[in-house]
Design a protein around this ligand. Sequence first.
Ligand code: ADP
Ligand code: MG
Length: 628
Amino acid sequence: MIQEQGTISINTENIFPIIKKFLYSDHEIFLRELVSNAVDATQKMNRLTALGHYKGELGDTTIDVSVDKDAKTISISDAGVGMTAEELKKYINQVAFSGATEFMEKFKEAKDANEIIGRFGLGFYSAFMVAEKVEIETYSYLENAEPAKWTCDGSTAFEISEGSRTQRGTTVTLFLNEDSTEFLEKHRLQTILDKYAKFLPVPIKFGTKTESVPDGEDKDGKPKYKSIEVDNIINNTTPIWTKTPSSLKDEDYLSFYRELYPFQEEPLFWIHLNVDYPFNLTGVLYFPKLKNDFEVTKNKIKLFSRQVFITDEVKDIVPEFLLLLHGVIDSPDIPLNVSRSFLQADSNVKKINSYISRKVAEKLQELFVKDRKAFQDKWDDIGIFVKYGALSDEKFYEKAKDFLLLINTNKEYYTLAEYEAKVKDFQTDKNGNLIYLYTADSELQHSYIQAAQKKDYDVLLMNSPIDNHFIQFIESKLEKTQWKRVDADVLDKLIEKEEIAKHNLSEDDTKKLAAIFEKAIDNKAMKVEVESLPADALPVTLTEEEWMRRMKDMSKMGGGGMNFYGAMPDNFKVAVNANHPLITKILSAEESAQTTLAKQAFDLALLAKGMLKGKALTDFVERSVGVL
Ligand code: ADP
Ligand code: MG
């Protein structure tokens, strides 16, 4: 018998077509919304019982999600607080559309269904994205309550009548529309539940599964097993981030990591986040093994709100460099249903950002202090992360500068302070600048490194993908310090001292020599200079000016606004070693031999810089054979 008929209080003609039209890819969130409502109602019931306001039996509060393929329905059933007919009117009919006018204005700007649904309290109504008709059968826990039933066919007309539920709680049944029958497939629903409901705090049953259980012994005394059908509970109601860190062992964190990312390598370490003031946030963040390929490991943090999965797009919620981390963050204080620009400006989000960043820095500091050796062993994986963090977050840098490590070509590790102390005496130039020499590739730049080491200079290994940016950054942080790649110039010019070695060639010979090489090389981009280098250094060395090369490398890596440099010509210098016997020989040789020898010496320089390729290499090999 129908007790009441009416229209849902909304002053626009029909809101359902709008809800239905929202991004089709988002339709699956109807299940998140309805299951969350069931969880909320169950938790209210738990609380009422715990507080003694409800004296009856709490009973089994497992939430049941079931599918009826023939009837084309999905039902979500809970043993929560239920609703009276009055409450149905109040909570389902009115509240949902109290902001209807605003809704109509805003929905046009909204980017996705999430935004609309949360912002306007339309959680329940997301059911109409997939259903042509929705039925609520509910029975309130309140004394003397009567079961009630609410039906709505997707127009603004609803119907409240006598309900048929005999047990406390609510069952929402969706009669799926023609476009949404995909949700009748078991594995489709299972996937959605895995995504959104895997860590909800109330057990959720979805069908049954077979399990093998002990069944006595056979005649030889061996244990027997039999298959039985058991409830398929899809969620872990107490994921580790909800527990206190002191109750957890390493293995608990590792197995949770495996649960989140089944086929990933084990993480290096983790941080358990837990704050309740001035905002609420829990979570566990893991440091993955980064290697050099950090795009692959990005965007793996999952965001939850009271154990409901919300998104794995957290890029507006955590600082960019922290996106390299894995794990979960759970916070009811992150506004979930607002636009991205709003998120970035939100003060809670800002506080959360700096909190996480600080925690991460503290954890790294702790590891460094506790066991430096182990920290160094992990540096290959965390180095990139620490540098990235330092670059992008000033406060993080302030903490990280104590444990940020530099590695030299002998594979020795130094903090910034230690390294400065190490090289200060030898590598300070006549202007008082401390020169840090580095290589990006110790194989390719081997001859340059060797030359530097002969002079007792130290060379740092800076070969991670962000080192170009990092060098640019750290140079600006360290006082009176310049970074120069070993092949940026001849050593005497990389670190200029008071006394400069001079060669004995006359001015005439010097000019002549330069002309011979210019002719032999025949390339305007190569600037020939006659230098005084040690007699046992190479006859010709090719160098590449630091600043321009760095800008070009950075623009290759993609650093905003630097593409300009990518188009600039290369800036090479051909340093001809006036003190080398071969060079003296070239000067006194016949004109035709001069060119050949100069070419050969230049090619050797190219070879030492790893730049001899293609036809030039073939020519060189042939010429060498000829010479031999
Ligand atoms: P919200 O969950 O944000 O309040 P919803 O549209 O999802 O918004 O739900 C509206 C209201 O309907 C809830 O606040 C609750 O009072 C009531 N409700 C929805 N589902 C249930 C349920 N399964 N059991 C009891 N009450 C419910
Ligand atoms: Mg809700």
